[in-house]
Design a protein around this ligand. Structure first.
Ligand SMILES: Nc1ncnc2c1ncn2[C@@H]1O[C@H](COP(=O)(O)OP(=O)(O)OP(=O)(O)O)[C@@H](O)[C@H]1O
Length: 615
């Protein structure tokens, strides 16, 4: 745990929820990290002395002690700092890429997380060099920076996986947000806020790309448009904060993710008397320093424990607004602090080191950006797969033949539903509806599995007939009606084929059926017979209170769904001997073909919204 925290991106102490071992859940690193308080990862890079500094006879004041520790020594200043990694003057660009965790950041972005790497430090400390290398030197691939190496890594991952990539590039110059990719002279773009998107730049140009050459060309073009000037400490000093964002849209069967990989090259903090800036340069310097101060202020507040945090003033600058999500929200962030080793830059170096140390205490709660409807479909598929495994296991335990070995022994759902794809073929007599989601079919399949598995679980049941069909529940059975709360957000058990559930104890707990609170004393209509937990009235209809859409509450269980849709075939099941008890709630949408005459209570949109709420 400690080691994990030391590396950064480790969960905060005490925030790790109880989980099954990873081997059972088969979680990806991103899934493991999702929703947990996660520290910013901070690494330090010390550049070599420049020719001017060497000529001047500046001394080395910053020494790496190894193990992520750095020591600063000069006359009255002596201090030691620890980071996730420290790269000294001899470290190559490749070593920085490998040791900073950049590759992991790319992987998380592909998984749908908002990932940010930002370079912070005094002017001339090597931020641009670390991120982009010396731009335009294509003959020296070893000098390529974190950005180009990440692009390459990303494109490698995108090969054959259907990732869609696009890039946007902007700068914040004198508190104006400007597009670096759109044609014509840079003009200010509005920065807006919305509840769903947070802060965003309106009308920003986004360019799709498919190759490394294309994205590097975009980087070059944009960087050439960025404001730079010469001053005493840097002949090519960036006068703006630059933000290059790569959007990664990945589509796989049943899921769709939208991750971002954001590179922030901050303008360097500077002392006007050191840089000799005047006129426009000093106006720029003031704006740069002011926005960095706002960033520092936000970081100081964010570094406090969550309970003690006060309001975070993101709105104090455009920079902090755009970094809000990366710093305090749901992103994963890497900070590369850059310093000069020169004894002359000591006070600025110490300031950067304190700043970076504070940033190490900042935490976020990473959340992947998934398209909810598709997430639901994915979850349904996972549940079905888990139930299918259980079904096989139960059949084995009851010495029932595997259905596949007995022709015609598959339960009714086989053939009606296909697990392979989300978009099942239309059923007989049913017209295909363009763009119609496969939820009813998946839901129906889920329900059928639940029903069959529940029946197979009944301990008093004799082994089934030789046909391998599901044994029926005897009419005298006192088995209570139960509704299953299916934990959609977590797989019920391992989904690896080699990890079949070995005992029924791992099945979801079955709570007692709930009754209609308004008018029915007992929803379980017929004692001793297989029936739905539905209060059928004399005329065969269902009390209106069951059909009314009640006020939606958070955390509703599957059983509450039952109140919203009642297939008529389910009602008919009440009181029918030997019928399977459908303990899964009926699908709240339009009727399935098998549920002839179902009562459609909710509109499709409502039903889908509702399911989204559930997960
Ligand atoms: N690790 C390094 N190895 C060799 N040269 C470096 C290294 N880091 C920086 N330099 C050189 O130092 C100079 C300043 O670097 P750079 O422009 O990247 O600084 P910066 O922090 O981005 O400055 P500013 O904030 O003013 O834009 C450049 O000439 C660059 O080539």
């Amino acid at each position: 745990m400690e080691a994990e925290e030391e590396r950064g991106w480790g969960p905060e102490a005490g925030t790790r929820p109880k989980m099954l071992p990873r081997s059972q859940l088969r979680l990806s690193p991103g899934e493991e990290q999702e929703g947990r308080e996660t520290r910013l990862r901070v690494v330090l890079r010390v550049r070599p002395l420049t020719c001017t500094e060497t000529r001047r006879g500046d001394r080395h004041a910053v020494h790496s002690l190894g193990n992520g520790t750095v020591h600063v020594s000069a006359a009255r200043h002596d201090a030691t700092f620890t980071f996730s990694a420290v790269f000294d003057a001899g470290a190559s660009q490749e070593a920085v890429f490998e040791g900073s965790g950049m590759q992991q950041l790319v992987e998380l972005a592909v998984e749908g997380f908002s990932c940010t790497v930002f370079a912070y430090g005094q002017t001339g400390s090597g931020k641009t060099y670390t991120l982009m290398g010396p731009l335009g030197q294509s003959d020296a691939p070893e000098l390529l920076g974190l950005m180009q190496r990440s692009f390459s890594c990303l494109l490698e991952q995108s090969r054959g996986t259907g990732l869609t990539l696009s890039a946007s590039y902007l700068e914040i110059y004198n508190e104006q947000v400007r597009d670096l990719l759109s044609a014509g002279p840079p003009r200010a773009l509005p920065l807006r806020w919305s509840k769903t998107r947070g802060f965003y730049v309106e009308n920003q140009l986004s360019v799709d790309f498919e190759s490394l050459e294309a994205v590097i060309e975009l980087l070059l073009q944009g960087s050439q448009r960025r404001r730079t000037s010469a001053h005493a400490l840097n002949g090519h000093s960036s006068r703006s904060h630059a933000i290059l964002t790569i959007r990664i849209h990945s589509r796989a069967p049943g899921t769709s993710k939208q991750g971002t990989l954001c590179f922030v090259d901050l303008a360097g903090s500077e002392r006007v008397k050191d840089t000799g800036s005047s006129g426009e340069l000093s106006v720029e310097a003031n704006n740069i320093n002011r926005s960095l101060l706002a960033l520092g202020h936000c970081i100081s507040l964010l570094a406090k424990p969550r309970g003690k945090r006060t309001h975070i003033p993101y709105r104090d600058s455009k920079l902090t607004r755009l970094l809000a999500r990366s710093l305090g929200g749901s992103g994963v962030t890497l900070m590369v602090a850059c310093v000069s080793p020169s004894s002359r830059c000591l006070s600025e170096t110490l300031s950067t080191l304190h700043y970076a140390s504070r940033a190490r205490r900042v935490t976020t709660r990473p959340m992947a950006n998934r398209v909810p409807r598709e997430k639901l479909l994915q979850t349904l598929e996972e549940e079905i797969q888990a139930l299918q495994l259980e079904n096989l296991s139960l059949r084995q335990q009851l010495s029932l033949p595997r259905s596949r070995e007995v022709p015609g022994a598959w339960p009714g759902w086989v053939g009606r539903y296909s697990l392979g794809g989300l978009h099942c073929p239309p059923l007989e007599g049913q017209l295909p509806v363009e763009g119609a989601p496969a939820w009813p079919s998946l839901y129906g399949l889920l329900r059928d599995f639940v029903v069959e598995n529940e029946k197979l679980r009944q301990p008093q049941l004799p082994p089934g007939p030789s046909s391998g069909d599901i044994p029926t529940i005897p009419s005298h059975s006192q088995a209570p009606h139960r509704s299953i709360h299916i934990p959609l957000s977590q797989p019920s058990w391992p989904q690896h084929p080699n990890m079949m559930p070995t005992s029924v104890h791992r099945l979801p707990k079955l709570p007692p059926a709930s009754s209609c609170p308004q008018c029915c004393t007992n929803a379980i209509a017929s004692q001793g017979s297989a029936s739905l937990p539905l209060p059928a009235q004399d005329d065969g209809t269902v009390p209106s209170c069951w059909l009314q859409k009640g006020k939606r509450s958070q955390g509703r269980s599957w059983s509450s769904l039952r109140q919203h849709a009642v297939p008529r075939d389910s009602q008919e099941a009440a009181g029918t001997e030997g019928r399977v008890i459908p303990s899964a709630p009926p699908w709240p949408g339009p009727p399935e073909p098998s549920a002839a005459g179902a009562i459609p209570v909710l509109q499709w949109e409502e039903a889908s919204e509702w399911l989204e709420e559930l997960i």
